[in-house]
Design a protein around this ligand. Structure first.
Ligand SMILES: C[S@@+](CC[C@H](N)C(=O)[O-])C[C@H]1O[C@@H](n2cnc3c(N)ncnc32)[C@H](O)[C@@H]1O
Length: 226
């Protein structure tokens, strides 16, 4: 179980600051304990759906919602599969993004909460590609990542998917135990400077334009709008 950490707090802060949850249908993918979904429900969301692949996480999120008297639908499954055919005004995600040699596809148990594969983008890329399909017109995606797995890559992937993307919030955080154990290997790969033991976290915001707005240059929306 992924205990809420600095990345959870940064995402919750951005969700509150932006006020996008007010009156909105909100989806959280990879909910863990449900901390972000709880923040959305408390922040005035009209509906909150939370998804996680882990049975333990689903149970924890359900109990946390129940204990707070909040109405949150918690569903088990892989990313967007449990919400096929539905659309949301807001999608939030703090996916696993730790860079490492572990193959996330073969994982079971706790490590599934943080292992992001060789470039940390195992789920990030899938979220960037699929999110537009689940966003209502003028809907917003907030997704958390480390700069170690490429903020520019995320911005480009979201723009290519037809969204307007930017960095909404950043924070420098000291490494936790997983990253500390991996720091030597990451230095050897050139991903960290010698002695660097902190990373920059970023919340990426991506907005789906209204269908009447001009298309995002270089994206598939140009063809759709033509
Ligand atoms: C970094 S934790 C974030 C938990 C929580 N949202 C938070 O911010 O504290 C990532 C979560 O994604 C879940 N997860 C991993 N792979 C998933 C997948 N394919 N589909 C849905 N959830 C997944 C993990 O079980 C874990 O709960």
């Amino acid at each position: 179980m992924y205990r809420p950490q600095a990345d959870t707090a940064l995402l919750v802060r951005e969700l509150r600051r932006s006020t996008i949850a007010v009156g909105a249908r909100v989806l959280e993918v990879g909910t863990g304990t449900g901390a972000v979904a709880v923040a959305a429900a408390r922040g005035g969301a009209r509906q909150v759906v939370a998804v996680d692949v882990s049975a333990r996480a689903v149970l924890a999120a359900r109990l946390n919602a129940l204990a707070r008297g909040l109405s949150i639908q918690v569903r088990r499954g892989d990313l967007f599969t449990p919400v096929t055919g539905e659309v949301f005004d807001v999608i939030v995600a703090n996916p696993p993004y730790v860079v490492g040699e572990v193959d996330p596809a073969s994982l079971r148990g706790r490590a599934r909460a943080w292992e992001g594969g060789v470039d940390g983008r195992w789920l990030l890329d899938r979220i960037c590609a699929a999110a537009p399909q689940y966003l209502a017109r003028r809907g917003t995606l907030l997704v958390m990542q480390s700069s170690l797995c490429g903020v520019t890559r995320t911005l480009e992937a979201l723009e290519a998917a037809g969204l307007r993307a930017s960095v909404a919030a950043r924070a420098h955080e000291p490494f936790g135990p997983v990253m500390l154990a991996r720091a030597g290997a990451l230095e050897a790969q050139g991903l960290l400077r010698a002695g660097q033991r902190h990373e920059e976290l970023a919340v990426i915001r991506a907005d789906r334009p209204d269908d009447h707005e001009p298309p995002v240059p270089g994206s598939g929306t140009e063809q759709r709008a033509a």
